[in-house]
Design a binder for this molecule. Structure first.
Ligand code: GLU
Length: 509
């Protein structure tokens, strides 16, 4: 059994955005490729940013994508609990260990004192005040105050944080699987808070303790975490866990569709970037987006698209199902540069998936969507409908948007397209055609085609004289599947009614 263990560790601070899903996907792929485990850990120690409902949202989003965790809250596993707020007591113990070994210190500075100090520094032109080896001695902490005073403050119940004691003059090296060796000068790092006054750990402490205890072998996460990794490496060292430190891989940023700048929440509002939904309890009105699910994407297409957002297989192949991705994926082929988010490309992937999905599966997917529109046709009809529409649909909603007329009367007519063709002297001819089509009864495409062709021949008309009329009367538009197919599926009586109504509309033009 492989010992490879990867985790997706989101903070439940809002809707899961597409970058988060990409991170989850890459972790999932590498875990599965190695026959290892994919773990979901909820990093909810920052109570101020906690959003109710976000955890459930994250889990629903992962399940929609088909990225089911092997371990996690509600998924079982031997390394639980998997929600950091349920592990609180544990972190205090580890903070104590660092205090005892001299790798961390008590800091009694209040937020007001820290603000005041920051202001003071600004006045002398220093805008980047940092709590670090150079300033530590002038702050209120156990390093500066000495053991007796520290004990007195502790005994008096003075609130404190625990900070990591950054060593001076050291080069901290990170072997990143994407970026190669990355170096940080320790003097550039701050004495980061590990335990807050409410005894809750910060992300940094909890993350390292949990990755260690959960025996995580690889940490794959967004590039924004790269600077923190120096602190993390120092933490592993301070705990004496360097030998089992996970390998790190930092994923490239996701860039705006224009390629300029990082993809933002506002881009999400325009493009529908979160996984779903329209709006959910954690998001305010202004932050509500149409998610990929609501926009009619197939989760397989979303995953395929995301896999290629920062990774390339090194071949021309673009279409990969999850199994194919598990096989082909490799960290070596993850790019360093930002990956441009191309919504049109996402739509292209979706179109490919719709086109290649068996009709019966499409019917299963579309049934609930069509039921919402009041459509309850039998499977035979839906199968025929899907077969006619699948080459044209980009997202699932297109089946209804572009094909609603299969289920209900035409609501808008593209009258522009018929205006020139609809000539008063031909009206009797079109009435004749209507009668012959009705006389045919419900029948197949060849019979309908023969009837229309015969009509053209007898009356010396061309396709261009008749097709737009038929199309617009029956479907409202000149686009769509072959009109004979539509007519055969709708049946003679329905076609007759539509022609009658369409003619009336055209007569009134
Ligand atoms: N909780 C962090 C986040 O929300 C996890 C970062 C990591 O994977 O270490 O992105």
């Amino acid at each position: 059994m492989s010992k490879v263990r990867l985790r997706f560790a989101p903070s439940p601070t809002g809707a899961l955005h597409i970058g988060g899903v990409r991170t989850a996907l890459y972790n999932y792929l590498l875990a599965k490729q190695a026959g290892g485990k994919f773990i979901l850990r909820i990093e909810d120690t920052d109570q101020t940013r906690y959003v109710p409902g976000a955890e459930a949202y994250i889990i629903e989003a992962l399940e929609w994508c088909g990225l089911r965790p092997d371990e996690g809250p509600g998924f079982g596993g031997n390394y639980g609990p998997y929600r950091q707020s349920d592990r609180k007591a544990l972190y205090e113990k580890y903070a104590q260990q660092l205090l005892d070994s001299g790798h961390a210190f008590y800091a009694f500075d209040t937020p007001e004192e820290l603000d005041a100090r920051r202001e003071q520094e600004k006045e002398v032109g220093n805008h980047n005040f940092r709590y670090d080896p150079t300033t530590r001695h002038s702050m209120r902490n156990s390093e500066a105050l000495g053991a007796a005073e520290t004990q007195r403050l502790l005994d008096a119940g003075t609130p404190y944080t625990v900070r990591l004691k950054i060593p001076t003059d050291e080069i901290v090296k990170i072997q990143d699987l994407v970026r190669g060796e990355v170096q940080f000068q320790s003097n550039e790092l701050d004495d980061r808070v590990l335990l807050k006054t409410d005894r809750m750990p910060t992300y940094h402490l909890a993350n390292i303790v949990d990755d260690h205890l959960m025996e995580i072998t690889h940490v794959i996460r967004g590039e924004e975490w790269l600077p923190s990794t120096a602190h993390h490496v120092l933490l592993y060292r301070a705990f004496g866990w360097e030998d089992t430190m996970p390998a790190f891989a930092h994923l490239p940023l996701i860039m705006k569709p224009t390629g300029k700048g990082k993809l933002s929440k506002r881009d999400g509002a325009k493009l529908g970037i979160p996984v779903f939904p329209l709006s959910w309890q954690g998001e305010t009105e202004a932050e509500s987006f149409v998610g990929f699910r609501e926009a009619g994407f197939d989760p397989r297409a979303v995953l395929n698209f995301l896999a290629l957002l920062g990774w390339n297989p090194g071949t021309e192949q673009e279409i990969f199902d999850l199994e194919g991705l598990i096989e082909a994926f490799s960290i070596e082929k993850i790019g360093k540069g930002g990956a441009r988010f191309d919504y049109d490309k996402a739509r292209w992937f979706n179109q490919q998936y719709i086109m290649h999905t068996p009709d019966a599966d499409l019917v299963t997917t579309l049934k609930p969507l069509l039921a919402e529109k009041g459509v309850h046709q039998d499977d035979a009809f839906l199968l025929a409908f899907v077969a006619l529409m699948k080459e044209r649909a980009t997202v699932y909603g297109d089946f209804w948007e572009q094909g609603y007329y299969f289920f209900q009367e035409v609501t808008t007519y593209d009258t522009k397209a018929v205006k020139k063709k609809w000539q008063a002297e031909r009206v009797p001819l079109f009435e004749q055609l209507r009668a012959s089509l009705l006389a045919l009864g419900d029948t197949g495409v060849p019979e309908i085609e023969a009837t229309v062709k015969n009509f053209l021949e007898v009356n010396g008309l061309g396709f261009g004289d008749v097709f737009p009329i038929l199309r617009v009367a029956i479907t409202g538009t000149t686009k769509g599947p072959a009109i004979y197919d539509v007519m055969a599926l709708l049946g003679a009586e329905e076609v007759d009614r539509r022609l009658a109504k369409g003619y009336a509309v055209f007569n009134a033009l």
